[in-house]
Write a protein that binds this ligand. Sequence first.
Ligand code: HEM
Length: 397
Amino acid sequence: MTTTEASRSTYSTDLDLFSDEVLLDPFPHYRHLRDLAPVVYLSKYDLFGLFRYDQVRTALNDWETFSSAQGVALNPIANEAWKDSILCMDPPRHRTIRKVFDDALRPKFVRKVAGDLDVQAHEIVDELLAQGEFDGVTDFAHRLPVNVVMDLVGFPRDENRKKILGWAEGSFNFAGPLGDRQTASLPGAQAQLEYLINNASVDKLLPDSFGRVVYGAAEKGEITQEEAVTMMIGYANAGLDTTINAVAATLWLLAVNPDQWQAVRDDHKLVPSAFLEGIRMESPAQFFSRVTTRDVEIEGITIPEGSRVLHSYGSANRDERHYPDPDRFDAARNPVDTMAFDNGVHTCPGRTLASMEGHALFKALAEKVSSIELVEAPTWIPNSITRGPSTYRVRIS
Ligand code: HEM
């Protein structure tokens, strides 16, 4: 113990961070946790937590100390089940698998497999304009990511595609702390695995898709068959709810900030900045975790070797120490340094794809839609890892 070490009572809290109540409106709690200390001990979960921007960023950039190799989920069952997932690897093993993901997420690959996203976005917006009023989540945010990600992975274009959405949401709960929400996710995780093994076989996958690439790598012996299946699950799960939540949250924020929508309409070059600002504010992935490989001291607080450390992207992105007036949606802020996509070796390889989808949709809206009006407020989903609404209604003209 260092002489400067603070007593645990000064940085400990019994807050139930994963209760429905907190997950539904986490931001006041994050502020409290950020103000409490640079490292917080969450006694209910025996977890150390990083909630300030600087500490989250530093930890994510130090994989040798904050390791993913013992899993990034918050329970041992998920960490065991995900042990072949790219998320749960450190270099050098991580680099081999990561290259396959990076190659299969380049814009050239995306365009070749999924077609022109701008054309698809315009079709969606035209349809919704004709409709006038619609659900911002199911009618708007779901459509492009489901088509694009399912095409990229190579899943057959059949009814099963719709099921994957529920499975992806469940897979993030599967990674949360043990409890009712985690238990309820188990049948979905099982169904997804069965679907992949039985239906997404190499002969059924779409030509040139990511699935074909990874099965090809498995046939050549570069990766194992289990790794190939895990990679397909990872690609589908990581690419769906995250992007859907980002699109749904940004549309809602534009609806409730009409002056910001007007700014985007006046200058379409603000579209990328506005989408990133939506992602910063509502961070589609709120948490993951690492395990310390040595004692780490942060401003007088020691995190012992072998501790699980939660890092909150959602809180880092609202840290007033880093972003002035962080609770304000500012379409021109352009927070390129957001923690929403992680930082360091695990930085999201899908950031470009998510941006291509978001930009296509909001550019099409900016070109055609003068007003976005909220008709019915969002209902948020209390998920252990992700954040997003399940429904809300808007009217566009
Ligand atoms: C707005 C949308 C997205 C957000 C906010 C997001 C967020 C994240 C975050 C925070 C991580 C890091 C997890 C960790 O370090 O433990 C991550 C990793 C990952 N994401 Fe994304 N993601 C998004 C979209 C996508 C898309 C569209 C895909 C692909 C289809 C994708 C695929 C992946 C993969 C494969 C990883 C694992 C990378 C690694 O461990 O090296 N993501 N994402």
